[in-house]
Design a protein around this ligand. Structure first.
Ligand code: WT7
Length: 630
């Protein structure tokens, strides 16, 4: 499908994609290497729900990300690895080397008995072996299930158990700025509760002491020596599982979103090329971690299937100083730079000399993702990083959508700060009111749904199709409900206003209030708690916890510290509450449901207008909560 170079091109492609979606996607899919062509493009029913794309098509995504590039690009860099410490050398991994490393890794997994359909748990820092492992799984038809290497042992247990993984690939440790994280230690702790895991492969990275359990644990560097680099790709059905990736839900249990091979490949490739207006030879850097969907779709699969050069960065933006990103952009002559609003806001606070001392003239396109970007951050990014000449591609999408949904197209869409702008070709949004009717026309506000399938949408929640239906297809029957609110302005442009459910987005990470609440109540002195989000300068939103205690201890701060530590241990440091208010009761309705609306207002500091409190069991608790607000 032709590149989009103007707004007219966009309008034309969008029109085609709506009038005849099957023909539209068949043309794009036709550009890939299939072992066998599909018989039918699409079958769908959002009531069941069931969605299938490229039915009967056979392929292997790694043949499209690696093998088909080799004739022209064997020597081109596929991955640039930028280490945590800028004094260490960056690695340039060519497509040829990638092919060999993935082949070896795949053979190493096979030698451990990993077969098509097995779920491999991956708990690795941002090192090339993470990319090799994912692609190796895809090569042999195993399903990768990546757990972000900042998550706790408890999170690992939940995900390993839910996915039924019997093998874990990890490292001794990972670097994050001046800290070293003992990953193997966390894995060992988790595996005490995961008796079915019979194999752990450990990559030696930080030289952190890692006790190896005989019969279970193997060193990567020893096993990889035993295999060769040739690994034939497994033939996969378009609808076979490619990976599972967990995201927070509004109940405590994380949801294992299932993505399949064909549609995911086609869509991440198309959206990557289109939204960023990617041109042959460009160097592209997405600063996300591969532990999130952004890294899966837009560090690995999208860019590699497009034959791009993609950067993997192990470190953090603030170490050794706040110039780390800008220095790396200069060093690698980055053309497309994609990051999160929370990173922009924290970088904005640092002296501007950190930006000005670097040559950013290679930049052509900027992007953001993860949460709504406020106008102020947008303008700072535009002026100081893009120097007023790089479009900012504000991509709205979700773990569940697999790829960009509403986003400007570089050099084609007229931008508006803080607007994700318009749906990409193939995406059909519908804005709904609370009574479940579609609101037509412009200058409106409501809940964002999508009424027609797109190729990379999640197919189910692993092991729980009913929950998939309940969460996404029941609020507005026949439509996919995103959980987000939005506005559509006079030009038909979309502005995402944030979650309308019990999900808080902290520094671009999606956290369920129920998950945090259940962690807090693990503290022995906590009776009950309710958690809400509140606006935060840098993180976008932060966690505010209202906590009822068994007995009031001498020192509140010590207790707050302990509660934060508990959350950090159970979920991970990102979920720690910024504010903890001790209360004697929570505002509950007669049916026992906590009225979070009230708590949200208190947390936001907006106590003047709490709305109707008449259905509360005990309205007096509200006064106490208001008086003690932090
Ligand atoms: C939620 C999905 C998609 C990868 C990162 C997060 C929010 C995401 C934007 C944006 C406004 C955004 C939404 C969405 N969100 N991108 N550009 N503008 N909001 O993936 O963890 O699945 O979170 O992030 O609320 O529903 P995720």
């Amino acid at each position: 499908m032709g590149t989009i170079r103007s707004f007219e091109d966009y309008q034309e492609q969008y029109k085609k994609s709506i009038e005849d979606p099957e023909a539209f996607w068949a043309t794009i899919a036709g550009e890939f290497q299939w072992r066998k062509k599909w018989n039918k493009v699409l079958e769908w029913d959002f009531h069941k729900p069931e969605v299938k794309w490229f039915i009967g098509g056979k392929l292997n995504i790694t043949e499209n990300c690696i093998d088909r590039h080799l004739p022209q690009r064997a020597k081109q860099t596929a991955i640039i690895w930028e280490p945590n410490n800028p004094k260490d050398e960056a690695l340039h991994i060519t497509y040829q080397q990638l092919s060999e490393e993935v082949g070896k890794t795949a053979n190493m997994l096979k030698a451990q008995g990993v077969k098509k359909g097995d779920r491999v748990c991956v708990y690795l820092p941002m090192i090339p072996q993470l990319a090799y492992t994912l692609l190796a799984c895809a090569r042999i038809g195993a399903v990768h299930s990546v757990v972000f290497a900042g998550f706790s042992a408890k999170s690992l247990i939940d995900r390993i158990t839910d996915a039924g993984s019997t093998i874990v690939v990890t490292a001794d440790g990972g670097f994050r700025g001046d800290k070293t994280i003992n990953l193997k230690g966390i894995v060992d702790e988790a595996l005490e509760k995961c008796p079915d895991v019979s194999r752990v492969i450990v990559y030696e990275h930080t030289k952190t002491k890692a006790p190896m359990k005989v019969g279970r644990d193997l060193w990567w560097h020893e096993e990889i020596k035993k295999v060769n680099a040739q690994c034939p790709a497994e033939e996969m059905d378009a609808e076979d599982l490619l990976f599972i990736l967990y995201t927070s839900g509004s109940t405590g249990k994380p949801k294992g979103m299932v993505h399949t091979c064909g549609g995911y490949m086609v869509y991440t490739n198309y959206t990557f090329r289109t939204a960023f207006n990617y041109e042959e030879g460009q160097v592209y850097w997405c600063t996300a971690d591969i532990g999130w969907i952004t890294g899966h779709s837009y560090i690995l699969y999208g860019p590699l299937s497009a034959g791009a050069t993609t950067v993997m960065f192990e470190g953090v933006p603030s170490w050794p100083d706040w110039g780390r990103f800008w220095q790396a952009i200069e060093r690698h002559k980055i053309n497309i730079f994609y990051t999160a609003p929370t990173a922009i806001r924290s970088l904005e606070k640092a002296p501007i000399s950190f930006v000005e001392s670097h040559d950013l003239s290679s930049l052509k396109v900027l992007g953001t993702v993860g949460e709504p970007i406020n106008e102020e951050a947008w303008n700072w990014y535009d002026k100081n990083i893009g120097k007023g000449k790089c479009p900012i591609i504000d991509t709205w999408w979700q773990t569940e959508t697999g790829g960009f949904m509403i986003s400007p197209i570089a050099h084609a869409t007229k931008l508006k700060p803080a607007f994700a702008t318009l749906p990409l070709p193939g995406v059909q949004p519908a804005v709904m009111n609370e009574s479940g009717l579609e609101i037509k026309g412009n200058n409106i506000e409501g809940r964002l749904t999508i009424k027609f399938p797109w190729p990379s949408m999640a197919r189910t929640i692993y092991g729980d199709h009913q929950r998939f239906k309940d969460t996404y297809f029941s609020t507005f029957p026949g439509k996919y409900f995103t959980g987000d609110g939005c506005k559509r302005d006079e030009d038909g442009y979309y502005r995402i206003t944030g979650r309308v459910d019990d999900i808080i987005i902290v520094s671009g990470h999606n956290l369920g209030t129920a998950e945090i609440e259940s962690a807090i109540t693990e503290h022995k002195n906590v009776v009950e708690t309710a958690v809400v989000g509140f606006p935060h300068d840098i993180k976008g939103q932060a966690v505010y916890a209202f906590v009822i205690l068994h007995d009031k201890p001498g020192n509140d701060e010590t207790l707050r510290g302990e509660i934060r530590e508990t959350v950090s241990k159970i979920i991970g440091p990102i979920a720690k509450p910024d504010k903890i208010q001790f209360v004697s009761g929570l505002p509950k309705t007669r049916s026992g449901k906590i009225m979070r609306r009230i708590l949200r207002k208190v947390a936001e500091g907006d106590t003047a207008n709490l709305g109707d409190t008449s259905t509360l069991l005990d309205p007096a608790v509200v006064d106490e909560i208001k008086a003690g607000a932090l």
